[in-house]
Ligand binder design. Sequence first.
Ligand SMILES: [Cu+2]
Length: 154
Amino acid sequence: MKFRNVILVAMVIGSSGVACDSEDSSDNHNHNMGDTGETVTTTLSAETENGHFFVQLAPPNGAVPFNELYAMGVSIYDGTDHTQLLTDVSIEIDAQMVAHGHGMSTTPVVEKQADGTFMCNGMMFHMEGHWDVIVKVTQNGVDDTATMPINCCP
Ligand SMILES: [Cu+2]
């Protein structure tokens, strides 16, 4: 009798999953992966909101590792000329899972490198799914922010 109940529960979960899939087939997102959030395409560079800067992220070996401390390289370029590295800027970095309303459980420490780029130590994505890396750039009292989605972590 107990075994039969387990099968019934499994069937109920299974059928609700199918219903979810057919409802969401149009947007190509997988909402059926439990608590992992929506799937996004990882974007490692972006212009800041007001176009002042262009931000390039450099995760270790080109990809963010899952549930491991890592250091994110960050380079800031001119918003108009994306080949012109800006070395007279400072940055703050954060990462959020917006769909879950939480950030990282670690606090990154930003270190300016000799070449003017930045290394952000102590980053960690402790959940799989859609993270947004948020980089705030400041130059001569002007600040501007870029947001880059990361799919954690294929
Ligand atoms: Cu989360």
